[in-house]
Design a protein around this ligand. Structure first.
Ligand SMILES: [Cu+2]
Length: 118
């Protein structure tokens, strides 16, 4: 009896987590694109989300192949889009970390990488 109800509660929690995840601001697309290769270091990184973002609590950080921060630290938010300018950071693998608060008051975060040069 107790085990059965615990299983039910766990199943409910999974269902709730799944439905909430759909309602959060998820990464829709990016420029440079996730996992893509670009010829030269981009001047900025732009991310588009599935919901509008709260500017005060949404940010992007970008590191280059040597792990140095190459973003300017000033994330710009407009609706469901945010972007940050980059300093020149050379070739190699760049990693983008993002953290957003959507207008439904939920936070989500994630990261991805793209390649620069050859
Ligand atoms: Cu949400």
């Amino acid at each position: 009896m107790r085990r059965a109800s615990l299983t039910f509660v766990a199943g409910l929690a999974v269902l709730l987590a799944a439905s909430q995840a759909q309602a959060h601001a998820m990464l829709d697309r990016s420029e440079p694109k996730v996992g893509n290769k670009v010829a030269a270091p981009p001047r900025e990184v732009t991310l588009w989300f599935t919901q509008k973002l709260e500017p005060a609590f949404s940010r992007i950080t970008v590191t280059n192949a040597t792990g140095d921060r190459v973003d300017t630290g000033k994330t710009r938010v407009s609706g469901s889009q945010m972007s940050v300018s980059l300093r020149a950071g050379g070739a190699g693998t760049y990693r983008v970390n993002w953290h957003v608060l959507s207008t439904d008051s939920h936070t989500t975060e994630g990261d991805f990488s793209f390649q620069v040069g050859d």
